[in-house]
Design a protein around this ligand. Structure first.
Ligand SMILES: NC(=O)c1ccc[n+]([C@@H]2O[C@H](COP(=O)([O-])OP(=O)(O)OC[C@H]3O[C@@H](n4cnc5c(N)ncnc54)[C@H](OP(=O)(O)O)[C@@H]3O)[C@@H](O)[C@H]2O)c1
Length: 251
């Protein structure tokens, strides 16, 4: 087992203004990295800057803009990249969705993972770099109330695994790994869907979370798990579930 030291290294975290991304940024800074946090909400990024000080650089940007990946990878040359930004999918059954609603997560989540991953492979980043992409447990289980969300997240898992194979073929030492967190009400996005899926199952939120997932996952647990994955090279699988009991490889 080789543990990478984060002191003196730079990490880029997309979607760092709130939710999982904020917790991931905090966890990486606590382990010694300098974090560049990307999101659109300038005020929330400024609050995080206030909390983390010199160890944090805010970057106000829309990750769906393809020029953003090119600029950030060239400017910062990070050793760790966490592609976490994600749109909140509009709630609705299939017949209530329009194509615009259905494709929300393809245009933001998938597009940004695609653009960053291409830049990282083309660069390429330095040997030993790690790229973590946020998929979702929904990629395996489906998410019938959120349009194209589950398919988009399954595609992110695929893009990450393709990148890992391509890196091997090119002889480039970059580890690509996707993570599939369980649903949690700990974030704005997760709260909406925990309520909906609990109601659909005819259960209280607490019953639903206990019965389906064995408890409630916190944003801090996700942050810690993703930092563990990023620093420990013994996590060699292409994808991991993230739950209340930690990381579990997806076969
Ligand atoms: N919560 C869950 O239960 C759950 C489960 C599995 C997977 N996930 C995945 O985990 C990731 C984080 O989710 P979360 O629950 O933390 O969601 P969240 O609380 O809604 O946070 C989403 C983050 O993404 C950023 N973002 C969204 N669109 C963006 C854009 N166009 N450009 C730049 N930043 C953008 C947001 O910042 P701004 O609005 O400031 O731009 C925010 O920082 C997502 O990829 C999500 O699909 C979540």
């Amino acid at each position: 087992m080789t543990i990478r030291q984060l002191a003196g290294t730079t990490a880029v975290v997309t979607g760092a203004s709130r939710g999982f991304g904020r917790a991931i940024a905090v966890s990486l800074v606590e382990r010694g990295a300098h974090v560049v946090g990307v999101a659109r909400n300038e005020e929330l990024l400024a609050e995080l800057k206030e909390q983390l000080g010199d160890a944090f650089t805010p970057e106000v940007a829309d990750v769906a803009d393809p020029t953003v990946a090119t600029r950030l990878i060239a400017d910062y040359r990070p050793q760790t990249v966490v592609l976490n930004a994600g749109a909140t999918p509009p709630v609705g059954s299939l017949r209530e969705q329009t194509w615009e609603m259905f494709s929300t997560n393809w245009n933001v989540d998938v597009q940004h993972v695609f653009n960053f991953t291409r830049e990282i492979l083309t660069g390429p980043l330095d040997p030993g770099s790690v790229v973590v992409s946020l998929s979702s447990g929904a990629a395996l289980a489906g998410s019938p109330l959120s349009g194209g969300y589950a398919g988009a997240k399954a595609t992110i898992k695929l893009i990450s695994s393709y990148a890992g194979l391509e890196a091997q073929r090119l002889g480039v030492d970059i580890r690509f790994v996707s993570v599939l967190p369980q649903l949690t009400p700990a974030t704005g996005l997760g709260k909406i869907y925990t309520e909906r899926y609990a109601a659909m199952a005819g259960m209280s939120e607490a019953q639903f979370l206990e019965g389906r997932f064995g408890g409630t996952l916190s944003a801090e647990q996700v942050g810690e798990s993703i930092t563990d994955l990023a620093v420990d090279d013994s996590y060699t699988h292409p994808a991991y579930l993230v739950g209340t009991t930690g990381l579990q490889s997806v076969e």
